[in-house]
Design a protein around this ligand. Structure first.
Ligand SMILES: [Zn+2]
Length: 277
């Protein structure tokens, strides 16, 4: 009893009780073995998930670089309480996770028509829902119960507000082309503690199903970051030549040409971003 009381007062001091009530009201009461109100352990666990770096105005949390971590974190994508997954939308995969020229594309792009409905992939709470000047346009970020966040960008309309709880499959916005976008599409990201995960390691976009109900998060999932650290780019300034760049970065003209898909006779422009390593 004493333990329960301590937990209760800790819980109440950690957050307003209204937040807890909001959550309790959302909890499904259909399964017989499911308690109507969550256990306090469960409650505290979820509190910390929705408190850590909970910022409604910055789209990215301060990331802990998991490519340097030696730990293995076991994640469940769905559990008995937060039970389901739904594809954010049914659309052809137009662009994959990975390098796009000198920039890294941290998500996948799904083709859509402006106005198509976008759904929450998993249960969670809206951490961010506003116009983002960094290129995402109208962006919704949902934090899920396992701590993972999903990003839905370039929306034409918001159907949710920050700090609102959502269920998997709930409509959160309409697709569009706001922000840095060349046509209507959904840019979709999956991030854990700020680290982007290739969505195709989580979701099979052809079948619309999860690759697996669980996943081990190790540094291998973020090995692309090592490759990113190894890469070097150089913005060409007036008077610079390929051979000058090769000398400067202790490499060869042919290597720079190979990395950029150009020939040694190619004309390089001022302001061009060349990969040199
Ligand atoms: Zn994209």
């Amino acid at each position: 009893m004493k333990k329960t009381l301590t937990l209760l007062s800790l819980a109440l001091s950690l957050t307003g009780f209204s937040q807890y009530r909001e959550f309790a009201e959302l909890a499904p009461a259909t399964l017989e073995e499911e308690p109507l109100t969550p256990s306090f352990d469960y409650f505290l666990e979820e509190l910390s998930v929705f408190q850590w770096e909970w910022d409604n105005h910055e789209c990215h949390v301060d990331s802990i670089d998991l490519s340097l971590s030696e730990d293995t974190i076991h994640l469940n994508w769905v559990d008995r309480r937060h039970g389901s997954f739904q594809l954010p939308m049914n659309g052809q995969l137009r662009s994959k996770f990975g390098w796009r020229g000198s920039r890294y594309h941290y998500g996948v792009d799904l083709k859509l028509s402006t106005g198509d409905t976008i759904y929450a992939a998993f249960d969670g709470k809206i951490r961010y829902a506003q116009y983002n000047r960094g290129g995402y346009g109208n962006l919704v970020v949902i934090r899920h119960y396992n701590g993972v966040e999903t990003y839905y960008a370039h929306l034409s309309k918001f159907l949710v507000d920050t700090n609102q709880y959502v269920r998997s499959g709930q409509a959160i916005g309409l697709g569009g082309s706001t922000g840095r976008s060349t046509g209507p599409h959904l840019h979709f990201e999956v991030r854990y503690l700020g680290n982007a995960i290739n969505p195709e390691e989580v979701i099979n976009f052809e079948t619309g199903e999860l690759i697996s109900k669980e996943m081990d998060i190790t540094s291998d999932v973020f090995s692309y970051k090592k490759e990113m650290r190894a890469r070097r780019y150089h913005r060409v300034r007036s008077g610079e030549t390929l051979s000058a760049l090769a000398r400067r970065y202790h490499t060869s003209v042919s290597s720079i040409c190979r990395l950029n898909g150009i020939s040694r006779n190619s004309i390089i422009r001022i302001g061009q971003n060349l990969r040199v390593r």
